[in-house]
Write a protein that binds this ligand. Structure first.
Ligand SMILES: Cc1ncc(C[n+]2csc(CCOP(=O)(O)OP(=O)(O)O)c2C)c(N)n1
Length: 625
């Protein structure tokens, strides 16, 4: 498929949605074609989320054509499908810097554009946010439409249902568009997904497409067309869908790639008031064969060759990732202990569970995008003899905080939290950074928190966690491990004990996690002692006591917020003991961490070698003065 710039002349004439609204129906289709090609060319060179955006090209064009954005509020759930929206809303030229430091974000951001009415990244917030906007509009005597676009994956979360439950009982001018592609990141799961499949099944949907074409043959005026389309669409659907029962006026299902249907249906809905629900059927990866064929692989990609679909970076790192180290440990432990079960809230691939799901299907639970449920489900399992391992990203565990405290920790249940993407995540930015888990877990009684520094410690500490009686968490980052040997045997590391790796002078570096490699390099230059602390809780206070005796300055190093983090645990201990020790805490400051390359971001916060070589000697000097 040619991707010459010449193909984008219509797209290049679109500087804002106002330009889209001047086009006729033929031009809208051509715009969608060019938009898809541009999106492909763009993401193949920058990397980013692809399959979801390919599936929302026509919807994006139709929404900006029919609705008066940005006055009308458009809230995109998750926000990973918004590249077409960004391209049509004045950010086409900025796509070259997508997700790079200083460039535009991969998710909607209010400060980036007036068209991004709500910042997202985590799923299932769109209906609540759009409902809130609709209520605000009413209070402010504004006559605007508020639209939430939500995928069938995101619709599985409690938050989405909570908002539907509220909205359906109001007269809010809210339109919920369900973008149903039958996929979450992996195939969608659950009873709701089955309900949606039934709505789309059989002859219903194909008859609908044919009907839509017939309506167009006579080309009646727009409103008449819209009316007839609505009658047609509503006539096609069996009454009593879940959404009708919840108080919404349900339209659909509609082919979300057919602008000839989508536009008049939206125009019709635009004329109506109250809670409305439009169900559209789309295909993830639409229009690009490799992505249609492998939507999971193309959900999020690095730069790739457009003609083959092959990643440019493939094979560049031979080192295993921490995710893979976890996935392998999980299978090994499951083999050894049949009480082990594993739970993922819709993150099979990202959490390293593919192999486990194949080898132990009856002990594998993908619960959909439902972090709160995942944690309480684990608690229930732990009550009755199972040994659950919840594989969860640091950022998504935030959503299950009450469940962690109320359902797991208070009852001191043996649930292992395998926390992936702890620390810097890079291109996904602040919504996905794992900067707070140490802080928010450390204050919970009964929690054991471990921070492996390399893959051998990761494997060992996962075993320690699994054998521990009570709740425990092992946190590890995105990306490659160090390449050191790990032993096949599943051996726990000594509970609550740190390990000293280097003996030096004056300065002791107390490292919590995988910044250990950098710390060792720093220590070589300044002749410092180095410890892998391994445990944030319980803290190895005897190691701290010893380090304190032998050094002038203790430096804690972690990839977590300084506020409440592991360094704060050391600080609290020193305060309790009445030691007037000199302590320097290195970690993330009180600021959100924007998108960029992990190395650049760490350097920006002085957590790289040269940053540490600046801050640590400076503190030593200050001490001497
Ligand atoms: C709370 C939360 N959990 C998990 C994720 C990770 N995640 C990003 S996209 C996605 C799948 C979304 O599926 P769907 O809503 O159907 O959108 P699609 O990608 O299919 O268009 C998941 C699980 C997230 N963003 N937020």
């Amino acid at each position: 498929m040619p991707f010459s710039k010449a193909n984008w002349s219509l797209l290049e004439s679109i500087d804002s949605p106002a330009d889209v609204r001047k086009l006729n129906s033929m031009q809208l289709k051509e715009l969608a074609r060019q938009l898809r090609e541009f999106l492909l060319a763009s993401v193949s060179s920058t990397g980013g989320h692809l399959s979801a955006g390919l599936g929302t090209v026509e919807l994006t064009v139709a929404l900006h054509y029919v609705f008066n954005t940005p006055y009308d509020r458009l809230v995109w759930d998750v926000g990973h499908q918004t590249y077409p929206h960004k391209i049509l809303t004045g950010r086409r030229e900025k796509m070259t810097g997508l997700r790079q430091k200083g460039g535009i974000a991969g998710f909607p951001k209010r400060e980036e554009s007036e068209y991004d009415s709500f910042g997202t990244g985590h799923s299932s917030t769109s209906i609540a946010a759009a409902l809130g906007m609709s209520i605000a509009a009413r209070q402010n005597n504004e006559n605007r439409h508020c639209i939430a676009v939500i995928g069938d994956g995101a619709m599985t979360a409690g938050m989405a249902f909570e908002a539907l439950n509220h909205a359906g009982d109001t007269d809010a001018n809210l339109l919920v568009i369900l973008n149903d592609n039958d996929m979450s990141i992996s195939p969608n799961v659950g009873a709701l997904s089955n309900h949606l499949t039934r709505l789309l099944s059989g002859d219903l949907f194909s008859t609908l497409r044919e009907g839509g074409k017939k309506v167009l043959e006579n080309l009646p005026p727009a409103l008449e067309l819209a009316r007839r389309t609505e009658e047609h669409v509503k006539g096609m659907i069996a009454p009593g869908t879940l959404f009708e029962e919840l108080g919404f006026n349900y339209f659909g299902p509609v082919d979300g790639h057919d602008l000839d249907t989508l536009v008049p249906v939206l125009q019709n809905i635009n004329q109506q008031t109250g809670p409305r629900f439009l169900h559209i059927k789309t295909q993830k990866g639409k229009g690009y064969f490799p992505a249609e064929d492998a939507p999971v692989k193309f959900h999020g990609v690095g730069a790739f060759d457009l003609s083959t679909g092959k990643s440019h970076g493939a094979g560049s790192s031979k080192l295993p990732s921490y995710t893979e180290i976890f996935g392998e440990w999980l299978c090994d432990m499951a083999q050894q202990d049949e009480r082990l079960v594993s739970i993922t809230p819709a993150m099979r691939e990202g959490s390293g569970l593919v192999e486990f799901s194949k080898r132990f299907p009856s002990r594998y639970f993908d619960v959909g995008i439902a972090e709160q449920h995942a944690v309480t489900l684990a608690a229930g399992m732990a009550c009755d003899g199972l040994k659950p391992v919840v594989a969860i990203y640091s950022t998504f565990l935030q959503r299950a905080y009450d469940q962690l405290i109320h359902d797991v920790a208070i009852q001191n249940l043996s649930v292992v939290f395998a926390i992936d993407r702890a620390g810097i995540v890079g291109a996904d930015g602040p919504t996905h950074t794992g900067a707070y888990d140490i802080s928010f877990m450390r204050c919970i009684p009964n929690m054991v928190i471990m921070t492996p520094a390399d893959e051998a410690e990761c494997r060992g500490l996962l075993t320690t966690a699994f054998l521990h009686d009570g709740p425990s968490a092992v946190r590890y980052p995105r990306g490659s491990a160090t390449g050191i040997e790990t032993e096949k045997e599943l051996r726990a590391l000594p509970f609550g004990q740190a390990r000293q790796l280097r003996e030096g002078n004056k300065v002791a570096l107390l490292v919590f996690g995988t910044l250990l490699g950098t710390a060792i390099q720093v220590a070589e230059e300044i002749d410092a002692s180095v410890y892998s602390m391994r445990f944030v809780k319980p803290l190895d206070t005897s190691t701290i006591d010893k380090a304190l005796e032998q050094h002038d300055l203790l430096v804690t190093i972690e990839d977590n917020a300084i506020a409440g983090g592991a360094g704060s645990a050391v600080s609290e201990y020193l305060n309790q003991q009445g030691h007037s020790a000199n302590l320097l805490q290195l970690g993330f400051p009180d600021a959100f961490i924007n998108h960029g390359q992990p190395d650049e971001l760490l350097a920006g916060w002085k957590l790289d070698k040269s940053g540490m070589l600046e801050t640590i000697p400076r503190r030593v000097k200050e001490l001497l003065i």
